[in-house]
Design a binder for this molecule. Structure first.
Ligand code: 5GP
Ligand code: MG
Ligand code: MG
Length: 181
């Protein structure tokens, strides 16, 4: 690979400790808000798999998890705006409290599409929890119900987030270095 798999070349934006604290806080908030109910977490593959695994373990309400996969940017850092479901849910969400779990909301096009699609399946409720939010880049009017961190318009990797499928395993969030640096 061209890019070194070397953390020293990357600027750390959010530490492992900060993520851990925030995920705990989100889990407590969600558990409080859904008290007396069950929730089905819907992880959006692949980026959310690390966050979803950690978040679920901070919930104190009964929960299920399912995943779906949507077409992504590929190896590019720009959204095409064209969204497609590559892998659908295994289970019905009818009459269930659905919490979509995302790694990051950027233009909002992916979640906008998912909200539209999933709401036709008659869930009891439909909310969004995202670890990261880049509000500056929004192209549609969409506000996640739960947000871990708002970040500036930077392309980030780690904690599930990739560049060309690399760096998902890094436990903190890093800024991808500019190509020409
Ligand atoms: P949106 O449809 O909101 O523009 O984009 C959502 C998806 O784009 C995210 O779920 C993520 O997969 C990808 N994405 C957006 N910004 C970033 C980023 O800074 N880093 C990485 N790795 N992926 C991003
Ligand atoms: Mg995602
Ligand atoms: Mg990606």
């Amino acid at each position: 690979m061209e890019r070194a798999y070397d953390k020293d070349a990357f600027k750390q934006l959010i530490s492992e400790e900060e993520i851990k604290d925030k995920v705990k806080e989100l889990g407590e908030q969600i558990s409080q808000d859904y008290q007396g109910q069950e929730v089905i977490a819907v992880g959006v593959l692949k980026g959310s798999f690390v966050f979803a695994a950690d978040l679920l373990r901070q919930l104190s309400i009964p929960n299920e998890i399912d995943f779906l996969a949507v077409s992504s940017y590929g190896a590019s850092t720009k959204s095409s705006g064209i969204i497609r479901i590559l892998k659908d849910l295994d289970t019905s969400i009818e009459n269930k409290h659905v919490l979509i779990v995302e790694d990051i909301v950027d233009t909002g096009l992916t979640l906008n599409y998912l909200l539209e699609t999933l709401s036709t399946r008659k869930p009891a409720s439909l909310k969004i929890c995202t670890l990261l939010d880049k509000p500056d880049r929004r192209e549609v009017d969409l506000t996640p119900d739960y947000i871990g961190f708002q970040i500036p318009d930077l392309f980030v990797v780690g904690y599930g987030l990739d560049y060309a499928e690399y760096y998902r395993d890094w436990p903190a969030i890093y800024v991808l270095p500019e190509e020409d640096e």
